[in-house]
Write a protein that binds this ligand. Structure first.
Ligand SMILES: NC(=O)C1=CN([C@@H]2O[C@H](COP(=O)(O)OP(=O)(O)OC[C@H]3O[C@@H](n4cnc5c(N)ncnc54)[C@H](O)[C@@H]3O)[C@@H](O)[C@H]2O)C=CC1
Ligand SMILES: O=C(O)CCC(=O)C(=O)O
Length: 524
């Protein structure tokens, strides 16, 4: 049973794909109240309220995936999750329109004083002079961050005949042109915009982006909006500028701490606020819950997740092509790791032929994970393999070539250890499967699976017979056997497979046989 702990309020209708599976169990409980559920949960579903810290994840030994039903993942320690081999996914666009509309509603409300006028009318006042507003038409809207929400907002602003200028260091001129916005430096935006709205993630670059210094460059009478993340506009820096009238209004959906701890900013008449409601519509909540449910279900079924924060994203079509190589690479890494009982410094992989056209980075991660798994006590998978390899001083590299050496596709892995170098070549042949076709320069052909014995011996009469007899004496059935040599009478190798593991005692007896150089058990 795959157990999912749902820690925040998530649309039940959106969770249907998970609720419909008889192999999945959902428990609705906040992590703060969960006890035993923390120990058994395979997946954790959250919105923005649950703080997914390293400490929490360490209390969840079975945890494999954290799903954020929303965009921002700043409530999740993604770095710690990556280290622990936990996949983090989000729902990147399910709430884009709702948040855009909320931003637009905040802008309209602020410019026409709707919240303040509502309070006034409800207090039996009829004060039409106090609430003279500002038109949007002809005003310049400065958008900081032209991602999903920023670009949807730009479209709506243009429909209201506003000029839109944008600051986004990662925006290409081509995309800006397509959306119909003018790009600008931050300083240009600050000095020309009548209304500034921020739509970036909260990062070390965007934290306090609008601060005392940058805000002093804005036009007198500027309006500010933050429906992205608290802290992008520094709250303390706003207060003196509100008092002096430099900032005419500010609309906030998000705060430096939520709920706000320092409420002094909220006392100002020119401040309008909502309690992080950008994504709070039925539609957005259904969308984000459905998106993460489908993703968690795909993860449970061993299919690719398309919105992972810490895994390369792979479409279903690419996944189907990549999967055989992904598995082959994992087995090749695992095989070499078991063959080399020594510290390793370098792993290089060369992709030849059609496999080079796929996302080789993901295949290399799988190889590294396969290599590390017999050596690392903690979970190691493609999420944390690169990080763990680096921590252990293992460098890895890849080379891609269209050339082929007899096989339509081929992976050649070279591992450099403290004492030796090991090389292995593998291929995947449709309808035939994974094959290892070369080991340390010996041509061979075997299926890398199950219980194997890798024997190095001298190509002399009797060596193979002695191995067969000894195994027979122990009633051990050889399932398959392949032999390879470079030249007559020289060094040679045998690869044997068995239905069950060969014991250490038998391995030791095999090692003592005449003509046998070394024997290694490999379990894949
Ligand atoms: N209030 C709410 O309920 C919601 C808030 N959000 C928040 O809204 C924000 C935007 O979300 P999306 O548009 O979906 O994200 P996105 O990832 O599509 O767009 C972010 C944009 O910010 C730009 N950017 C990054 N660093 C920048 C910098 N230093 N200066 C200027 N631009 C920079 C990126 O290039 C990108 O174009 C996020 O912080 C997200 O968490 C999202 C949904 C709901
Ligand atoms: O779950 C929510 O309502 C918050 C949405 C949000 O802030 C986000 O998706 O980044």
């Amino acid at each position: 049973m795959f157990r999912i702990l749902v820690s925040d309020k998530i649309s039940e209708e959106g969770l249907q794909p998970l609720l419909n599976s008889s192999h999945i169990m959902l428990v609705n409980k906040n992590v703060a109240d969960a006890g035993e559920e923390l120990e058994t949960a395979d997946a954790l579903l959250v919105r923005s309220a649950t703080q997914v810290t390293e400490e929490l994840m360490k209390k969840m030994p079975q945890l494999k995936i954290v799903a954020r039903a929303g965009v921002g993942v700043d409530n999740i320690d993604v770095e710690a999750a990556t280290k622990l081999g936990i996949v983090v996914i989000n729902a990147p666009d399910g709430n884009t329109i709702s948040t855009t509309e909320h931003t637009f509603a905040m802008m309209a409300s602020m410019l026409r004083h709707i919240p303040q006028a509502t309070v006034s009318v409800k207090s039996n006042e009829w004060n039409r002079n106090a609430f003279v507003g500002t038109e949007m038409r002809g005003k310049t809207l400065g958008i900081v961050g032209l991602g999903r929400i920023g670009s949807e907002l730009a479209k709506r602003a243009r429909a209201f005949e506003m000029n839109v200028i944008v600051f986004d260091p990662f925006l290409t001129e081509e995309r800006a042109y397509k959306i119909g916005v003018t790009t600008a430096s931050l300083d240009e935006l600050l000095s020309t915009a009548d209304i500034i709205t921020v739509h970036t993630p909260l990062t070390k670059e965007t934290k306090g982006l609008l601060n005392e210094k940058t805000l002093s460059k804005t036009k007198k009478g500027v309006y500010l909006i933050n429906c992205a993340r608290g802290g992008i506009i520094e709250e303390a820096a706003v207060i003196p500028l509100l008092e002096s009238g430099h900032i005419r209004g500010i609309a906030l959906d998000v705060f430096e701490t939520e709920p706000p701890e320092n409420t002094s900013l909220l006392q100002y008449e020119q401040v309008i606020a909502t309690p992080h409601l950008g994504a709070s519509t039925k539609e957005a909540q259904l969308n984000v819950a459905s998106q993460v449910s489908e993703e968690v279900l795909a993860f449970f079924n061993g299919e690719p997740v398309t919105s992972s924060i810490n895994l390369p994203t792979i479409s279903k079509e690419v996944y189907e092509k990549i999967m055989p190589f992904y598995q082959l690479a994992k087995k090749m890494g695992n095989f070499v790791s078991q063959c080399m009982a020594e510290p390793v410094n370098e792993i290089s992989v060369a992709y030849e032929g059609s496999v080079g056209e796929l996302q080789t980075a993901a295949i290399t991660k799988s190889l590294i994970a396969g290599f590390l798994s017999p050596r690392v006590a903690s979970t190691v998978n493609e999420v944390n393999a690169g990080m763990i390899a680096k921590e252990r001083g293992i460098s890895f590299s890849e080379k891609i070539s269209n050339e082929t050496s007899g096989y339509e596709n081929c992976l050649t892995v070279k591992v450099v250890g403290n004492k030796s170098v090991f090389s292995i070549k593998g291929t995947y042949i449709p309808h035939y499967g994974e094959r290892i076709v070369e080991l340390n320069g010996f041509n061979i052909d075997f299926y890398p699976d199950g219980h194997l014995l890798y024997i190095q011996h001298s190509d002399k009469p009797g060596a193979i017979g002695r191995v067969g007899r000894l195994l027979g004496d122990h009633s051990i059935n050889i399932a398959t056997m392949q032999v390879g040599r470079k030249q007559r009478g020289g060094d040679a190798i045998m690869m044997l497979s068995f239905d069950k593991a060969v014991t250490e005692r038998v391995v030791s007896e095999l090692n003592d046989l005449e003509g046998i150089v070394s024997v290694r058990t490999i379990d894949l």
